[in-house]
Design a protein around this ligand. Sequence first.
Ligand code: EPU
Length: 421
Amino acid sequence: MDKLIITGGTRLSGELRISGAKNAALPILAATLLSDTPVSVGNIPHLHDITTSMELLGRMGVHLVVDEKMNIEVDSSTITSYEAPYELVRTMRASILVLGPLLARFGEAHVSLPGGCAIGTRPVDIHINGLIKMGADITVEGGVIHAKAVRLKGCRLLLEQITVTGTENLLMAATLAEGTTIIENAAKEPEVTDLAYFLNAMGAKISGIGTNVLVIEGVERLGADKLHYDILPDRIETGTYLIAAAITGGKVKLKNTRPDILDAVLEKLVEAGAEITTGEDWIELDMHGKKPKAVSLRTAPYPAFPTDMQAQFIAMNCVAEGVGIVTETIFENRFMHVQELQRMGADIKLESNTAICTGVKKLTGAPVMSTDLRASASLVIAALVAEGSTLVDRVYHIDRGYDHIEEKLSQIGATIRRVSK
Ligand code: EPU
């Protein structure tokens, strides 16, 4: 199992290129199942979750060709199976995203239930109930969702809670349904918006994109000649490298990114004492050698502060000046990093869904364990300022969502290496 060894103490500085967004690439790869012509998708990040997605499509008989620039051409006309098996779903919950497209296009889907995960119970009832409301016949047996429909029917769906992949599944299903579907209380995360633009590029008729109400007029078929679509940049990868530089008092310029989808994160970095300069597709952060100030925040659906950046800000608060109070409102158990940070000397108190962190003078390197993707990122960030070396175990969590993390961090001056054992 791979581990990362990080020696803290270097002030990061330099330039980096941000990869495509994992959480846009996954639904867009699933959405290629809706197209009856081959589709090419670009700016795909080099990640383990992408490999899993490709394996999932490949096992269904879908034909995939990847070039050296990570453009993926997908041709679903060769599909032979409508099944997402448990062995893949359990390693990547986002496999649930094939449910809507398979059902809408082929009238049948068999997808394993994802079950719980480290950050919470994460049910998929909103996905299932929405599809039932659209006329699908769904049973859950032996841990598998079996769904059938001759043709889904458009209807009004009021989502009980804002859900990102739930909105995406129902949005994809609605594109080929008969009549109009209105999704109210829809998620409007930039990745949902990117998926909607991709679907429209294939011929879907979606309006209200970027708002909480999506209106989808069903069409007979999807597919466009020679369609190539580039995924939007990863806002969470962007935020993670900004914090990595900030915690070390450094300066970094991130290219190929989108400052307009990072307002809540950039605001908090300014509050922490960073000077932020932006252009259309770049962000520069400069701490001028200063220590960050602790920030308080509360996670909530977009455009508010993203839960996927919560752990990284807690890492920064560990060595910041003052006390930062961080409240997690999306997932009930997303504080697994706290115990590991405490092992490095952090002063954090947990009170139900709130972490109260008092900045300490220094953290010390220790062996720590990754528990989920963003928790692992926070441990790497903390290690960058810890005295001595930190060994981060179970790096496969990081590889699910960070494209070449050790190479990118080395490029801006970090002392980090991967060991396999
Ligand atoms: N929920 C339900 N029922 C449902 C669906 C969701 O109760 O049917 C609840 C969840 O349990 C949670 C809340 O609704 O409490 C919001 O969860 P959501 O469905 O929005 O999360 P998700 O779609 O499973 C995506 C991202 C996550 C990100 C969340 C929140 C993808 C592939 N995953 O998950 O990304 O944290 O939205 O923004 O898009 C990550 O990248 O590290 C990651 C975990």
